[in-house]
Every structure is written in C-alpha cells, then in structure tokens.
Write a protein that binds this ligand. Structure first.
Ligand SMILES: [Zn+2]
Length: 327
C-alpha cells in the first residue's frame, strides 16, 4: 500500500502515526501515575469509617472531597503537566517542521523562519492548548482533580456496599476522561504549533490569498460535525466557525482535524481517506459528500445505520443528515 502513495500523502500518514504514538505514550505515562493515587484515595475512604457513619456524614464527605481534589492536583495533575511539557516538546517541534514543509512543498516561502520558536516555547504551547474549552493546564490541575472528588463523593454518599464499585464508578470513568483529555491535548498543541508557522513564519501574501482549509481525517471514526467542516476555508486574522482568527478550535474531544494552507489543497494534491476499500488517495478537490456516496459502508458507520442509509439513498442532504445526527 505505502508504495502507491505519493510523498505528500505519505508525509500525512507518517504524521498521523506519529501523533497516535505520541498520544499513547503520554496516556500510558499519565495513567501509570494516576493508579496509585486512586488506590490511596480508596483506602483512605474505606479506613475513615465514614461509609458507616450516619451522623454528619454529608458534611464529612464534603470536607473529604475537597481534600481529595487537592491531593489529586498535587500528587498527579501538577507533576503530569510538568512531565508533558517536557516529553511533548519534541512533538511540538516535529509539528512545526511538518508545517514548514507543507508551506515549502506547496511553493510558498518562509519569510520569518524560526520566528515561531521565539514567540512561544513548547511548554507554553502545551499548557495553553485548548481542550474542552479550557487550557490543558486547567484540565489537568483543576477539572480532572474535581472530577475524581465528585465521583468519590457521589459513591461515598451511597455507603459501603456501593463503594465496592469504586473501580467501575471512579477509576474507569476517570481513566477515560484522562485519556480523552490527553489525546485531545496532544492534538490541540500540535495543531496550534502548525498554525503558528502559518501565522508567523509563512509569507502572508502567499498564504492570505487562499487561506487555510479544514481537513478532517476521513475514515469510519470521523464524527459528522467534522465531516461537515471538511473543506471549510478560513483566513488568518478573521474568525470563523471553530476558528478564532489564528488557530483552530476543536469542536469536540478527540478531534483529529487539521487546518492546512489551501494552496496545497488547490494544487490538485491528494490526501488519504480510509473508506470501504481501505486506505486510498483522494484529491483534495473531492467533495466530502461524494466521498460519502462512494463509501456507503463507512457512511453508515459514521452516521449510524438509519441516517447513513437515508443519506446514501439521497433522501437527505449532507447538511440535513449532520443536523439530524447532532439533534
Ligand atoms: Zn474534527
């Protein structure tokens, strides 16, 4: 398969693989550090006698929850943020080189090479990457510790017998949130790093003429919202839907879309899409609606059986199907 793909498509594939590996490594690291913290919290609650207490229990649990949030912040959130700022620095640099290559191979010039590195350090990009509407630093040091405290509090309120479900009601739920947060954080920081190259280093005259284009990862896992955004054009300095004027705003957790210079897309370049026949090259000019039509099985996976079928049968436009899916 790889031999059939041209160099540009290959670069995209390589970058997607690199992203996945970077995310997986960061998630492993975060979950390994989280496990002993959650085990300790479980033991503390069980040993406190709180679960059998009847008088003043609610008050005790509220106090305990506040202590748990602080503990998770100190023992996990803050150190994990520091670890990520260090371990993801090479990822940021790779994404910037990737974006520079995107400019150069599309015939653009870098009028200020290296300016992005001077404007913002990788550690800063990572902590300020927006996940779920908040900076990654806030997600790790405030939101996730608060989630742990909230889950433990709810379970403790129900008493000792229910507390036995700690693994499914607390551990698993928190682990899933950590995974989604870090996956999104890696993507958002990489995407921001790319945008910095377009905004700061690329020749503005060259880029401004065409702007950037929303590029979804087309496969059975893509969400309909991103299918609808695919092909949308943005200009630097002007905000649009899911674009604040300088960088992309992810419409949901685990978004895998990128904004790339439209000149690339307009030049008849190709990208990869994984449909009913596996991974193929499709022209950037191919409308996402025709890709959907050509890949009915994948379309049903994306939109669900019923909605997907109506879309393929031409009973719904793509816009209508996305609206129905979202409602
Ligand atoms: Zn997306």
């Amino acid at each position: 398969m790889a031999a059939d793909l041209n160099a540009q498509v290959e670069a995209f594939l390589r970058n997607a693989t690199r992203q996945r590996k970077t995310e997986d490594r960061a998630i492993r690291q975060a979950l390994q550090a989280l496990a002993p913290v959650l085990t300790r919290i479980r033991r503390q609650v069980e040993d406190s006698g709180l679960l059998e207490t009847t008088v003043g229990r609610q008050q005790l649990i509220t106090t305990l929850a506040a202590a748990i949030a602080r503990q998770v912040q100190l023992d996990w959130g803050a150190p994990i943020l520091a670890d990520l700022q260090e371990s993801l620095a090479p990822w940021i640099e790779q994404q910037q080189s990737f974006a520079r290559r995107m400019v150069e191979t599309a015939g653009g010039t870098l009028t200020a090479p290296g300016a992005a590195a001077a404007a913002r350090q990788p550690a800063q990009i990572i902590s300020t990457a927006i996940v779920n509407g908040k900076p990654l630093a806030e997600n790790l040091t405030v939101s996730l510790p608060a989630l742990v405290a909230d889950k433990v509090q709810r379970l403790a309120m129900m008493g000792g017998e229910v507390f036995a479900e700690y693994d499914s009601a607390v551990v698993r739920v928190v682990e899933n949130s950590v995974e989604a947060t870090i996956r999104s954080g890696v993507h958002a920081s990489g995407s921001f790093a790319q945008q910095m190259i377009y905004a700061i280093e690329a020749d503005p005259v060259w880029l401004d003429a065409q702007g950037l284009v929303w590029t979804a990862t087309l496969d059975s896992r893509v969400c309909p919202i991103c299918v609808g955004l695919d092909g949308n054009r943005y200009k630097l300095g002007e905000s649009g839907r899911y674009f604040d004027g300088t960088s992309k705003l992810d419409p949901h957790l685990n978004c895998r879309c990128y904004l790339i210079p439209y000149v690339r897309a307009g030049a008849g370049d190709e990208r990869f899409a994984t449909g009913d026949q596996g991974t193929e090259q499709i022209g950037f000019g191919t409308k996402v609606s025709s890709w959907i039509q050509d890949n009915p099985e994948t379309a049903r996976a994306i939109f669900g059986q019923k909605l997907g079928q109506r879309l393929i049968d031409g009973k719904l436009t793509l816009d209508k199907a996305i609206k129905e899916w979202a409602s």
